[in-house]
Design a protein around this ligand. Structure first.
Ligand SMILES: *Cc1c(COP(=O)(O)O)cnc(C)c1O
Length: 391
């Protein structure tokens, strides 16, 4: 694989499905059993081994996985769930879907993850769970998180959608903790095209997950069927599971390659003088006890210093990068300022760090097939663009 030429468009993410994986999909399609079956079972077994033998069940997508996690934790009307506004909107939407109330607290601007001091300050008698998100794969302080949850007797539903193969003090995210949800959507580090999995604590929770993903149906004998608790249609097909299983086999290589590219990013960012331009880089590799899987390499633009100011400045930078053949993304605008969430009472000024980061954050290209020259081109182009657009 060679670096993309300057004339070739570099997207911010590109899924890679190898020939072996495509062959596996063909075998499933020809097998006579194409929906949930032996491949799903094999994928779940492999995931359970990855997470230290904990019970794991798969679902149609990461959003459904989180919704089922909330239901397993018996969270519903009247309950509050504390979460971050800088995440994919699914995180908060699923809390609404079970009838509970998402309570947003501000982020730590260095990690861009939920601020655990703010979590503690937001706990009320109605709080039932904390839903942290590991943005770009960077875990929060897991010792502190579980100390807070233990002290206040709260469930933790980890939105680890982006964090497969991330670690805390050397322990894999998902191999410990309460309910841990992953996504295998197309842009994630490993994909099943769409899909997700939930790591649970007990066989009883796993049985409940199986029922909730298939209409709540309980089968017995040759012909028995009952429903004690209605569920939905959230099962993962064997076609998707075959893709996920093949990708899982490449997880070590994928994580290692992303770490190399992140290191190259830091070097090129220094060479291009990005920090001097006021561009905020991610926390450097292994700064504390958390190890990210580098799901994304995100910078925060100095929007106040750029032509147009926020929110126009980021649009201008992204547009200029696109014209020079480089794709970028925004992950994420703060959820509390979306129209629907404003209608629930959320306002500008309530979560200042999240609002500032949300206005300036940009995701730069990062995927395993990229080469050092691609990273150099991204950093040089971003530097030139910001210099040109500086007030
Ligand atoms: C991808 C993602 C989800 C949702 O996963 P889907 O599989 O797209 O439903 C939830 N939260 C975060 C932080 C994500 O990145």
């Amino acid at each position: 694989m060679t670096a993309t030429a300057a004339s070739e468009f570099l997207p911010f993410v590109r899924p890679e499905i190898d020939a072996d994986t495509i062959a596996e999909v063909g075998k499933v399609l020809a097998s006579g059993w194409i929906t949930s079956g032996p491949k799903m079972q094999a994928f779940e077994d492999a995931l359970s081994r990855l997470f230290g033998g904990r019970p794991v069940r798969t679902f149609a997508n990461g959003s459904a996985t989180m919704e089922i996690a909330l239901r397993i934790a018996d969270i519903g009307p009247g309950d509050e769930v504390i979460t971050t506004p800088i995440t994919w909107v699914a995180t908060a939407n699923v809390v609404l879907a079970v009838g509970a109330k998402p309570v947003f607290v501000d982020i730590d601007p260095r990690t861009r993850n939920i601020d655990l001091d703010a979590v503690e300050a937001a706990i009320t008698p109605r709080t039932r769970a904390i839903m942290p998100v590991y943005l770009s794969g960077l875990p929060v302080d897991m010792d502190r998180l579980y100390a807070i949850a233990g002290k206040h007797r709260l469930r933790v539903i980890e939105d680890a959608a982006q964090a497969i193969d991330s670690r805390w003090q050397g322990k894999r995210i998902g191999a410990f903790g309460d309910l841990v949800s992953f996504s295998f959507q197309a842009n994630k580090n490993i994909t099943s095209v769409e899909g997700g999995c939930l790591v649970m604590n007990t066989p009883e929770e796993a049985v409940r997950a199986e029922r909730l993903r298939l209409q709540g149906v309980i089968r017995s004998g040759m012909d028995g069927m009952d429903v004690e608790e209605p569920g939905g249609k959230f099962n993962l097909t064997d076609v998707n599971a075959a893709i996920g299983l093949a990708q899982l086999g490449r997880l070590d290589a994928i994580t290692a390659r992303r770490a190399e590219l992140a290191e190259i990013y830091f070097r090129c960012a220094a060479d291009a003088g990005l920090a001097e331009l006021g561009i905020e880089l991610p926390l450097p590799l292994d700064p504390r006890q958390a190890t990210t899987n580098w799901h994304m390499f995100q910078v925060v633009l100095p929007t106040a210093r750029l032509e147009g100011g926020a929110p126009q400045a980021r649009h201008n930078v992204m547009q200029a990068m696109r014209e020079r053949g480089i794709g970028t993304g925004v992950h994420y605008p703060p959820i509390h300022l979306f129209t629907y969430y404003r209608s629930l009472g959320w306002r500008e000024g309530m979560l200042p760090h999240a609002e500032r980061i949300g206005r300036g954050i940009v995701t730069l290209p990062l995927f395993p097939a990229m080469q050092a020259a691609d990273v150099e081109r991204v950093c040089a182009t971003l530097s030139e663009t910001c210099k040109r657009l500086c007030k």
